[in-house]
Write a protein of this length. Structure first.
Length: 255
């Protein structure tokens, strides 16, 4: 599959496509200058996105946290100078799959530990003046930490990352069911936007439901004006209180 990729660079050998979205592709690749180390290689197909990708890379490059995938190298490739960068390749499973595999008896306590761990990584981003803006189960991978340590969640996919205080509001390319109410109104994002999306992620993983259910973007916008998240007893009393507070309609009433 790697040989069919249009990406070409002397340093990297593409192994396979990992993901593809409206703003680019992510490949599993080998870094030939680092003993064939496996990396996640993110590339946009046109120079139009150069500044967008460079902004994402620079935001990530200065981060050092065990719950955040590390940025490694930025460059361009091919005759059209398509921009790309590499991240550490995280061998883990998506948050929803991990939680589903947990024994019923210990699921609530394990979910609370995962929630607090991810919340710590998100808080670190916010302290550095960075918003993720696309928190969802697929963007949180859980890895085996080894040495009798609990599994460790790691944030990935910072394609929508913005500096806190950005003047770019609205949904953008955010995943609609996890987006906060203010995004549908076109308001500017704040750290509270990530808080909502993190809570919506765990609400979905534990209950199988979204905090607000609808069938289209317009329907979600209407639903956010009239409906609040229902109780989520599957989370257990302590985590349920945290989730419902973090899902408040008013960003000021979240943590």
């Amino acid at each position: 599959m790697g040989r069919n990729s249009s990406f070409r660079h002397p340093r990297y050998q593409v192994v396979r496509l990992l993901a593809e979205g409206g703003m680019g592709k992510v490949y599993l690749a080998r870094d030939l200058l680092e003993s064939d180390r496996e990396v996640a290689l993110k590339v946009y197909p046109a120079r139009y996105y150069h500044e967008r990708l460079r902004e994402e890379f620079l935001a990530l490059k200065g981060l050092h946290h065990p719950g955040i995938a590390r940025a490694l190298h930025f460059g361009v490739s091919g005759p059209d100078r398509a921009p790309f960068f590499t991240l550490e390749y995280v061998r883990g499973e998506a948050l929803n799959r991990h939680v589903e595999s947990l024994p019923e008896a210990g699921r609530r306590s394990a979910a609370m530990e995962l929630f607090l761990s991810v919340a710590g990584a998100v808080a670190y981003l916010h302290r550095r003046g960075i918003l993720h803006l696309d928190l969802k189960p697929e963007n949180i991978l859980v890895v085996d930490a080894g040495r009798n340590l609990p599994p460790r969640p790691i944030l990935i996919d910072f394609g929508l990352v913005r500096a806190a205080g950005s003047r770019e509001g609205g949904l953008g390319h955010a995943t609609v069911p996890y987006a906060p109410p203010e995004a549908f109104a076109g308001d500017l994002p704040t750290p509270a936007s990530d808080v909502y999306s993190l809570a919506a992620t765990f609400y979905r993983v534990l209950s199988g439901r979204f905090p607000v259910e609808a069938s289209s973007t317009a329907a979600f916008a209407r639903a956010h004006r009239t409906r609040s998240a229902a109780p989520v007893p599957e989370a257990g009393p302590a985590l349920e209180r945290l989730l419902l507070r973090a899902l408040a309609k008013d960003p000021e009433k979240r943590f």
